[in-house]
Ligand binder design. Structure first.
Ligand SMILES: *[C@@H]1O[C@H](CO)[C@@H](O)[C@H](O)[C@H]1NC(C)=O
Ligand SMILES: *[C@@H]1O[C@H](CO)[C@@H](O)[C@H](O)[C@H]1NC(C)=O
Ligand SMILES: *[C@@H]1O[C@H](CO)[C@@H](O)[C@H](O)[C@H]1NC(C)=O
Ligand SMILES: *[C@@H]1O[C@H](CO)[C@@H](O)[C@H](O)[C@H]1NC(C)=O
Ligand SMILES: *[C@@H]1O[C@H](CO)[C@@H](O)[C@H](O)[C@H]1NC(C)=O
Length: 519
């Protein structure tokens, strides 16, 4: 009895301390070129489940590293692709392999960096409290080193290393690759505004991350970002129209969404209103398709842009120009509409499976729910931090807690709360995919297959190496899953998926929501 009284007291003291830390953190603001970057999230009260899952998810970036490894702890990984970029006199050895293959595709790799940066900006303190910030920064740095080297002059950006036709036919470990790895670049004559602008977005977002850490480096990233944006805007075109042979891989449906996304990041990073006007002026009319909610993905950045620009509206001081900007208001209204399709009880709710998973596409089916859940968690925190308690969806009213609940439900589905009772995050829980479509994981570390390791692809045995942190494509629409290595639709992991799940888990690290603690 006495013990219990004592422990209740301690609980109360701990709770009060956590609340004090939370309250202090909520009012911390990073000032960035006139824009404020508040930190939602509450370090000091870390949810252990999400903390453990985050550590696992971030591990996948170690698995995917190309180049000369530093302090490698994975016994089956080693140096690889050391000569990437040499034919152009560049060091493109770093960066990350795209998925279960060894391509370095610039378009999704830059998106990975943008999303990692966004996560660190919003939830860096929570990541630090969970001891995961260094790991996220290590991954980000490895990609930024590559992207900086890939942009050797104003109007040249290397967007790919490797020939996807050759690469995809070779089943081998990255450490034993001998095939030629040709380079692809965009130039004024061969434009690629989508990949150029996504890389500009990555540079701008990362420059914000590094601003409090290393000013010189941060400015140089920003400089790359501004020059890349100017290049992408001046010479407009889609990289998969310029290189039609690449359209069977990461086909970019439009490039205008990336231009708006990059301009929005550059506005946050510089405070220069010309970037804001880029996104709110004529381009908003021509490209943004405001009013129509969409899903966020490596191909379509519109929902992300709407949420990112809504941050400007949420935190604008009353009476300021930005608070009165009608187009910014439309961006925010569209972000609201995106949230409304995500909430399961909303009249405009999008389809979800029996098991409760938001389901948009079968190929890489977890991409959309995880990306959407990240946006919902961020939006919920913007609402709470700016004191907004209500989201209106065609007459129905929802709260930030409803958005957070949706975000949690998708994360929990991924981690095992689903009809298969399995985790789709490799290494988390006791049941997860064992035959992930991943060359390195499927071939024993002492085997040199040459290009011809087909038998390891076709083997029915579990992978000899565990690709810890891989988030596989995901289940069928009926919540079932087939753990076969040849099943690229459901059982391949991608580097950008890991950035999305890492962002979502970071957003969920803090254990209680502000609405409960501060109202
Ligand atoms: C690698 O490990 C050494 C020794 O622990 C440490 O000093 C160094 O900072 C590490 N390097 C990186 C890039 O983490
Ligand atoms: C800042 O970053 C630059 C470029 O990566 C590096 O050379 C320099 O050592 C860094 N400075 C500090 C203080 O870390
Ligand atoms: C790529 O996207 C363009 C534009 O949406 C479309 O016309 C084309 O059919 C797509 N190509 C492939 C191979 O999916
Ligand atoms: C803002 O950006 C525009 C376009 O990139 C540039 O021309 C202008 O000089 C910048 N303004 C400031 C104050 O830096
Ligand atoms: C689930 O859907 C897949 C694809 O449509 C189908 O092949 C499979 O048989 C279904 N499984 C069950 C249990 O209904």
């Amino acid at each position: 009895m006495a013990n219990c009284v004592r422990c209740c007291c301690w609980l109360l003291v701990l709770t009060l301390m956590a609340l004090a830390v939370a309250a202090a953190v909520v009012f911390v603001r990073y000032r960035n070129g006139g824009q404020v970057f508040p930190i939602p999230g509450m370090p000091g009260a870390v949810d252990r489940k999400y903390g453990a899952a985050l550590a696992i998810a971030l591990h996948f970036f170690q698995v995917q590293k190309s180049g000369k490894l530093v302090n490698n702890t994975i016994p089956w990984r080693g140096d690889s692709a050391l000569d990437d970029g040499k034919e152009a006199g560049l060091d493109l050895s770093k960066g990350m392999y795209d998925a279960g293959d060894h391509m370095k595709f610039g378009f999704p790799m830059a998106f990975t960096a943008t999303m990692l940066s966004w996560s660190v900006l919003e939830y860096g303190e929570a990541m630090r409290a969970a001891n995961q910030r260094d790991s996220a920064m290590d991954a980000l740095q490895w990609i930024m080193d590559y992207l900086v080297n890939a942009h050797p002059s104003d109007d040249v950006l290397y967007i790919q290393v490797g020939d996807p036709e050759v690469d995809h036919k070779c089943w081998e470990r990255p450490e034993t690759m001998t095939e030629k790895r040709p380079l692809t670049k965009i130039t004024p004559k061969s434009p690629g505004s989508d990949v150029g602008a996504e890389t500009a977005a990555a540079m701008a977002a990362a420059s914000l991350v590094y601003k409090p850490i290393n000013k010189t480096y941060s400015s140089s990233l920003l400089d790359h970002g501004e020059r890349l944006f100017a290049f992408a805007d001046k010479y407009q075109g889609s990289y998969t129209r310029t290189f039609p042979e690449l359209s069977t891989f990461y086909n970019s449906s439009t490039y205008q969404d990336e231009l708006l996304w990059a301009a929005s990041w550059l506005y946050h990073a510089t405070g220069n209103h010309s970037y804001l006007r880029y996104a709110t002026g004529k381009n908003a009319n021509d490209f943004a398709d405001l009013g129509n909610p969409r899903f966020f993905s490596w191909d379509d950045k519109r929902a992300g842009t709407e949420v990112l620009l809504s941050r400007v509206s949420f935190f604008a001081s009353q009476g300021s120009d930005v608070a009165q900007d009608n187009v910014l208001r439309l961006y925010k209204q569209t972000a609201d509409a995106v949230m409304c399709i995500l909430l399961p009880d909303s009249e405009t709710a999008a389809f979800r499976t029996e098991g409760g998973l938001l389901y948009v596409a079968e190929w890489d089916s977890l991409q959309h729910p995880v990306a959407s859940a990240f946006l919902a968690a961020v939006y919920s925190d913007y609402m709470l931090t700016s004191g907004k308690t209500e989201l209106s969806c065609s007459g129905q009213s929802f709260s930030p807690a409803d958005l957070r609940q949706f975000a949690k439900s998708q994360a929990d589905y991924v981690l095992g709360n689903n009809p298969m009772e399995m985790s789709y995050l490799v290494g988390y829980g006791d049941k997860y995919p064992e035959r992930v479509h991943h060359r390195g994981a499927s071939i024993p570390a002492d085997v040199d297959t040459g290009c011809d390791g087909q038998k390891w692809l076709e083997s029915s045995k579990p992978n000899p190496n565990i690709a810890t942190g891989a988030l596989v494509g995901g289940p069928f629409k009926n919540d079932t899953f087939v753990d076969k290595r040849e099943n690229v639709v459901h059982n391949e992991a991608t580097t950008y998926n890991s950035a999305l799940i890492a962002g979502l888990l970071s957003a969920l690290l803090s254990t209680s929501s502000l609405s409960e603690s501060l109202s």
